[in-house]
Design a protein. Structure first.
Length: 342
């Protein structure tokens, strides 16, 4: 009999993140006056990874990401968790060079052979990324969890922060929304094999285009869409700027089967949590829109902004690199609300 990993966790994938208000409370109590002049990107801007300057030209990227099972298959869980963690390096415009595993395993509930499959899945994705899974650390936990600490490299001039958007920028997205909806359908035993294949394809696709985006001067800001959903990560891009964003709903890609499940009110509990935290800064959501735009993504796509004058050049670049993309909106001057859906 197959052991279903999702039965052993309360929340799935990036949906198990601590709620933003609680996380904010935790971090507010951890502020420090210490100054590290070589730390170019730290935790003050809620960016995807930390960046530390080695010399005038070169920097190290450091990040970690781990979560509870989003799928039942152990090998697939390892693949998804690895792709998700490595994505943070790509989101900074960098190149991953090495990963270390983080494994929590309830040894009294689940066999060690399954944990081995998780690690093997991660090894496969690391191989695709061209990096070693060079070691790690494990603990005995109540719920299974897995992820990576990833080290990357980036030229100082290629660093892409998440909140460096500029007025009139065009917003691009490289994966469709709806992963959280599909993972919830899986947990409820509603997902077909065909839809599972879509879930696996999207969540294990590396965001390696991010390294190339780092080399383009007309790409201003980059992040990846994960547990706080499309709205949550777009709000982070707009934070501490004099900008808002207009999103064209008809241009935002959403997995077709996710739309069907949403009509049956199949979606993660943390979708509502995201909505309650974000809605005061948003206008234009109607009907079931919140299910998709607040959907906690796991290993989601890159969301990035491009100088409007280089829009055609960007389109051609992405097509030549065989990269799926959608132009979902644009950055404007500051409005009453941070995000307006049209």
């Amino acid at each position: 009999m197959q052991i279903k990993l999702t039965k052993f966790s309360k929340a799935s994938g990036c949906g198990c993140k601590i709620a933003p208000p609680i996380l904010e409370e935790i971090l507010n109590g951890c502020k420090t006056d210490s100054v590290f002049k070589n730390l170019l990107v730290g935790n003050d801007t809620k960016d995807d990874a930390a960046v530390y300057e080695i010399d005038n030209d070169n920097c190290i990227i450091s990040t970690t990401d781990f979560f509870t099972p989003i799928v039942d298959d152990a090998f697939d869980f390892g693949k998804i968790a690895a792709a998700n963690a490595i994505s943070d390096v790509y989101a900074m415009g960098g190149k991953p060079v090495m990963a270390i595993a983080i494994l929590g395993w309830p040894t009294d509930k689940l066999p060690a052979a399954l944990a081995q499959q998780v690690i093997k899945g991660a090894q496969e994705i690391c191989k695709q990324a061209g990096i070693p899974l060079a070691g790690g650390h494990s603990v005995d936990t109540q719920e299974p969890l897995f992820g990576l600490a990833v080290t990357g490299l980036v030229k100082k001039q290629n660093i892409k922060k998440n909140n460096a958007v500029k007025q009139n920028d065009i917003l691009y997205l490289t994966k469709p929304l709806g992963i959280g909806v599909l993972s919830t359908a899986l947990k409820r035993g509603l997902l077909s094999e065909a839809d599972y294949s879509i879930l696996l394809k999207e969540t294990t696709a590396l965001n390696s285009i991010g390294e190339k985006l780092g080399e383009l001067t007309f790409v201003n800001a980059v992040t990846d869409v994960t547990g706080f959903g499309f709205i949550g990560h777009l709000l982070e891009m707009l934070a501490n700027t004099n900008c808002s964003a207009v999103i064209e709903k008809e241009n935002v890609p959403i997995i077709n089967s996710a739309k069907e499940f949403a009509s049956q009110f199949v979606f993660p509990d943390n979708t509502t949590r995201n909505y309650n935290d974000q809605i005061k800064q948003v206008d234009g959501l109607t009907n079931l829109d919140f299910i998709f735009y607040c959907d906690p993504q796991t290993s989601g796509g890159l969301l990035f902004s491009v100088t409007k004058e280089n829009e055609n050049e960007m389109d051609l670049f992405l097509k030549n690199n065989h990269q799926f993309y959608a132009k979902v909106g644009n950055v404007t001057d500051k409005k009453e609300k941070a995000i307006l859906f049209m």
